[in-house]
Design a protein around this ligand. Structure first.
Ligand SMILES: NC(=O)c1ccc[n+]([C@@H]2O[C@H](COP(=O)([O-])OP(=O)(O)OC[C@H]3O[C@@H](n4cnc5c(N)ncnc54)[C@H](OP(=O)(O)O)[C@@H]3O)[C@@H](O)[C@H]2O)c1
Length: 399
């Protein structure tokens, strides 16, 4: 088949996939390892004292802040008069809350009494009446209110929460969603408080596990409202306190647009769609399930993607056979051209609030957990993922 024909076919397939795209659960963003490529000399000039560095990212200079800027003693001193009220105990509440507690900061958790999160918090050692409270009580005690409710719940509960965010407090988010799309969420933040965000680029489970390993998640931070004049510094300090290894600056708008876009694209939705398309074509052409899975997912996740994560895309090309290299070099522009219009549609759908509206509509339903579970059950029962379960058992380390 000529590349042109193939390209047209791909564009058609990509178009139909886009129109049937389903809401996926919150992204578990892939973490790029910071390991340096061993055979290459570093080309990134690093300038700056302490850990604050100006780094040339492929021609654009950006400042990053690192854990070295905020040693534990400095964090303890900086937040010595603060009570950090963590509202919500989902994935981020768990990761950020336990890291703050282990860092020795004065952190309390606020969740619905006797709900699933209340029980989970008790299992993790939070004590009712001591550092675990109903939401409103925790907000009243806090000087820094960390709103880590689900994005839909932030919108639902805002009428009760807003009057409690009084002058002198700081309001913290882990996503730009609520303030940026305020026309849809109705989260109109008070004008007389600092409003900041720290967005870890990964699941709260990873925020916790990397911290425990002595490593750190990469996060972005942003300032929506700087009343005190210290909002930037406070956000950088909080980013480190919750377990970030380094943090780069963004805006609330850029954070929410890139995050919603990324998780629907390469991080989750896009990659899932691509796996399914490749697997189905292999199966339709007579390949066995194990072969189709190995050639689609297992080799990707076990052999090739870790090389990209550790050393870069060029290194992965270098590490493959001349045959594989030639084919991939010929085909990547075809995939890119076919998929770019889908990504453009996706970005627009994020930017114009459609994705936010869809998320609010779905996740505000009282039975959203049951509905989500039924969609996940559909994924679980797909042949490809059932095959994956068996293939993983065959890995020697799982025997
Ligand atoms: N997860 C990630 O990978 C990730 C990464 C970066 C940033 N973020 C952001 O971090 C924030 C929290 O996300 P998450 O994934 O940790 O949390 P989540 O699982 O989406 O939300 C869980 C929390 O919301 C509470 N909740 C839900 N509905 C409620 C209601 N009507 N009233 C009161 N509480 C309610 C739950 O309490 P109950 O148990 O009582 O229902 C639970 O504590 C969001 O802004 C998200 O976008 C998430």
């Amino acid at each position: 088949m000529s590349f042109r024909t193939a390209s047209l076919r791909l564009a058609r397939i990509a178009g139909s996939k886009a129109s049937t795209s389903a809401i996926s659960k919150r992204a578990l963003s892939a973490l790029a390892s910071s390991a340096a490529r061993p055979t290459l000399k570093a080309t990134t000039p690093i300038v700056g004292a302490r850990g604050v560095k100006t780094i040339n990212f492929g021609g654009t200079e950006e400042v990053v802040y690192e854990r070295a800027d905020w040693p534990r003693e400095k964090l303890l001193e900086y937040f010595k008069n603060d009570t950090l009220a963590m509202i919500g105990y989902g994935s981020q509440g768990y990761g950020q809350g336990l890291n703050l507690r282990d860092n020795g900061l004065n952190v309390i958790v606020g969740v619905r009494e006797n709900g699933a999160s209340w029980k989970a918090a008790i299992e993790d050692g939070w004590i009712p009446g001591q550092n675990l409270f109903p939401v409103e009580e925790a907000i009243n005690k806090g000087t820094i209110v960390m709103n880590l409710l689900s994005d839909a719940a932030q919108s639902e509960t805002w009428p009760q929460i807003k009057p409690l965010i009084t002058e002198g407090k700081t309001l913290y988010f882990a996503h730009g969603f609520s303030p940026v799309f305020k026309d849809l969420t109705h989260v109109e933040t008070p004008a007389n408080v600092d409003v900041i965000l720290v967005a870890p680029k990964g699941s709260g489970r990873t925020v916790r596990s990397l911290f425990k390993e002595g490593r750190g998640i990469n996060s972005s931070y942003a300032v929506w409202n700087d009343v005190s004049g210290n909002a930037h510094e406070k956000a950088q300090a909080l980013a480190v306190a919750v377990g970030s290894g380094y943090v780069y600056q963004t805006t609330f708008e850029r954070e929410v647009n890139s995050d919603l876009y990324g998780e629907r694209g390469c991080l989750m939705g896009g990659i899932h769609g691509m796996f399914l398309a490749q697997y189905e074509v292999l199966r339709e052409n007579g390949h066995t399930p194990s072969e189709a899975f190995n050639e689609t997912v297992e080799e990707a996740t076990q052999s090739l993607y870790p090389l990209i994560g550790k050393y870069g895309m060029d290194y992965m090309y270098d590490a493959c056979s001349t045959t594989a290299r030639r084919g991939a070099l010929d085909w990547y522009p075809i995939f890119k051209d076919a998929l770019k219009p889908v990504f453009q549609d996706l970005y627009e759908s994020v930017r114009n609030g459609s994705e936010t509206q869809r998320s609010l509509d779905f996740n505000s339903q009282p039975d959203y957990r049951e509905k989500l579970e039924s969609e996940l059950q559909t994924i679980r029962s797909m042949e490809i993922w059932k095959v994956g379960k068996e293939v993983r058992k065959l890995r020697p380390e799982n025997n």
